[in-house]
Design a protein around this ligand. Structure first.
Ligand code: PMT
Length: 216
């Protein structure tokens, strides 16, 4: 017998990298593999939730039981999240979303010549902040990957985005890796989870989310 603390809940997640187009063949992306977000999606399904996973480009197979929507850019990810938001009880933003998109994109492949090429970058919408600060928001969980001052920067993000729970991890340990070590930051303080395979970490995270969601 497995307890299903999220039975009857709808969970929406983002995972993986976004890709911002420069021209017909080039773009800006990052090294997120999607492994952490896919593991959290699976753990949510195991806990009884109905799960929708909005995924940036990754070759990972769809986690068992989850509905998957593939997207490329941050703009597309925002569109998919907004389209799926109605009826969502819990939103978990694991994706590494590009902070900027390229304003002066080229339809065709840019040809090399002797001139200096300048890319103009404009800020992308913050998907999590939009959801968390919207009308009647779901229970929102953010992630923060930092390369230094982990707790200080992560706590600042939690307050800026008004999140009941934020998952802090180090870029060097988390990005692309099979294992992870995270610290959960909530109104009660800090909770360090032991280092382990991402699915194990995800199961403990989902147990914590279910507790907080139940107490809210
Ligand atoms: O995919 P893996 O290789 O398994 O790696 C996992 C991970 C390191 C990507 C993951 O564990 C993680 O930490 N994801 C968040 C990455 C990050 O640092 O995000 P951020 O600090 O840019 O954003 C903070 C939060 O806001 C995140 O929940 C992010 O999804 C969200 N965000 C950020 C920008 C934006 N435009 N929209 C957002 O929703």
């Amino acid at each position: 017998f497995q307890p299903k603390p999220l039975a009857g809940c709808r969970v929406l997640l983002t995972a993986g990298p976004t890709f911002e187009r420069i021209d017909a063949v080039r773009g800006i992306t990052n090294t997120s593999s999607g492994k952490m977000g896919f593991a959290v999606a699976r753990a949510a399904w195991e806990a009884g939730a109905e799960v929708t996973l909005v995924a940036g480009e990754t070759p990972l197979p769809t986690p068992i039981g989850c509905r998957r929507i593939d997207v490329r850019s941050a703009e597309e990810m925002l569109g998919a999240v907004e389209a799926e938001l109605r009826g969502t009880d819990i939103f978990i933003a694991v994706a590494a979303v590009a902070d900027y998109y390229v304003l002066n994109q080229s339809e065709h492949k840019i040809k090399k010549d002797a001139h200096i090429l300048t890319l103009e970058l404009a800020p992308n919408p913050d998907i999590l902040a939009r959801v968390a600060c919207g009308d009647n928001p779901p229970f929102c969980v953010g992630f923060a990957a930092e390369s230094e001052n982990l707790l200080e920067y992560a706590e600042a993000k939690r307050h800026r985005k008004q999140l009941p729970l934020l998952v802090a991890n180090l870029v060097q340990q988390a990005m692309g890796a099979d294992d992870n070590e995270v610290i959960l930051l909530d109104d009660q303080g800090q909770h360090r989870l032991p280092r382990g395979p991402k699915l194990e970490v995800a199961r403990q995270l989902i147990a914590h989310v279910a507790r907080l969601y139940g107490e809210r």
